[in-house]
Design a protein around this ligand. Structure first.
Ligand SMILES: [Zn+2]
Length: 217
């Protein structure tokens, strides 16, 4: 319900799920239900193969993408998918979001990856299931760790973000949108803007993460 409040979705766009890895199930938003009408009872419980275990409503149409990611990435607690404007515009442009500033570096030390658009075979096959593999293949090819990079774009489609719990996943979806907006504006002001230098990337990331972090209370 935070997604519309944060301006990340319109109408019934987008979805959020939260996993219980011990029971190998996750709760996900029902398909086509407006955010203001959501209640705990309306959530659908699904296993990591995508089978509905509990609930009367049909789960989000993107359920199989979530199922694939939970099945293979066993330390993700929650996944958020939106079509937020700026992040989706980068996805539609098939461009990684360059690391231009310290806002970006506070959250990840690399460009936000944009996976290639799905192949025709994947689209004609089990589309939502294959979207999960498109995301994982992108991370494998680029040797990225999903625990360090908690946001990405699927080319021609839109962003996915995740985290250890729902609050962190929604936070990451909002950060991704803000970083996407800032990168767009940066290139408007200076199309030749350079990437952030390594010393600042390292400094900002380590302030918030790792053994010597000193950000927050
Ligand atoms: Zn989508």
């Amino acid at each position: 319900m935070k997604l519309p409040q944060l301006g990340l979705v319109l109408f019934t766009f987008g979805n959020v799920s939260v996993a219980d890895h011990k029971q190998k199930v996750f709760a996900i938003k029902p398909s086509g239900v407006p955010y203001e009408e959501l209640t705990p009872e309306k959530m659908v419980i699904v296993d990591f193969e995508g089978h509905v275990i509990e609930g009367v409503l049909r789960p989000s149409s993107d359920t199989l993408t979530h199922a694939v990611l939970y099945k293979h990435w066993n330390e993700i607690g929650s996944i958020v998918h939106t079509h937020s404007t700026y992040a989706t515009s980068w996805a539609q442009s098939q461009r990684d979001i360059p690391i231009f500033g310290t806002t970006h570096a506070d959250h990840l030390t690399v460009d936000v990856p944009c996976a290639a658009p799905m192949s025709d075979d994947m689209i004609k096959g089990n589309y939502e299931y294959e979207t999960g593999f498109q995301i994982m293949n992108c991370f494998n090819e680029r040797k990225l760790d999903y625990k360090e990079v908690e946001m990405m774009l699927v080319g021609n489609h839109a962003p996915f973000a995740w985290g250890k719990n729902a609050n962190k996943a929604v936070y990451n979806a909002a950060v991704l949108e803000e970083v996407a907006r800032m990168a767009f504006l940066t290139l408007q002001i200076n199309p030749q803007a350079g990437k952030l230098k390594d010393s600042l990337i390292k400094k900002h990331f380590e302030r918030k993460h790792g053994p010597d972090s000193y950000y927050g209370q």
